[in-house]
Ligand binder design. Structure first.
Ligand SMILES: [Zn+2]
Length: 207
């Protein structure tokens, strides 16, 4: 049996949100999904892309993993989950906008930072194996204070993921013709603000 709290929350959603959007859900069930945006977000429960962008069902194609990372395409066999989701979004759903959203106080980034710093990744555990993706981004850090480096890491890792993404073979052609857009965003949980990476100024800018 599901916890009572969840059953009650579900019943509230069914009688309120679902009931008000009944036609929309019927249409989505009949016609399938055609989202315009793919979001790659951290699994952190405090960051909810559907809530941040005030999205309805069917609007956002969301993939979540620890620390919102995009592996290099040559990690296909090892990290197929994230790569498969991106391939589905681009090649099957024909999505033209991919947004990577990182956030303040990311536990994945913090732990990954210490693993990279000590160059210690426990091979018998899935989390270190995943966070090893962060190593190239770690090497780009410019600060020398741990706290500042972790803050910097949250943003630099987003840029590293964008770089990995731009080398995906099924994205290359669309990127060359400006047919697809990639965005990097950082969310400050405490203030609710979003900073978007500006390719021209090479900086994250508040919107
Ligand atoms: Zn996180």
């Amino acid at each position: 049996m599901l916890p009572k709290e969840l059953i009650e929350k579900y019943q509230l959603w069914k009688s309120d949100t679902f009931f008000k959007n009944k036609d929309r859900f019927e249409k989505l069930a009949k016609e399938g999904q055609s989202p315009q945006y793919m979001i790659i977000s951290c699994v952190d429960s405090r960051v909810d892309p559907n809530s941040i962008f005030n999205a309805e069902a069917g609007e956002l194609f969301v993939h979540r993993n620890i620390a919102n990372l995009v592996p290099r395409y040559d990690n296909l066999a090892e990290h197929s989950g994230t790569i498969a989701a991106i391939e589905f979004g681009v090649c099957v759903l024909n999505i033209k906008n991919i947004i990577i959203i990182g956030h303040s106080g990311c536990g994945g980034i913090k732990n990954g930072f210490h693993m990279c710093k000590e160059n210690k990744f426990d091979e018998n555990s899935a989390i270190p194996n995943w966070l090893k993706i962060l190593m190239p981004a770690y090497k780009k850090l410019s600060n020398d204070d741990d706290m500042k480096m972790i803050d910097e890491f949250e943003k630099i890792s987003i840029l590293s993921s964008l770089e990995n993404l731009s080398n995906y073979p099924f994205l290359k052609k669309s990127l060359d013709t400006n047919d697809i857009n990639l965005y990097g965003i950082w969310n400050d949980i405490g203030t609710g603000s979003l900073e978007v990476y500006n390719q021209k100024t090479k900086a994250f800018e508040k919107i």
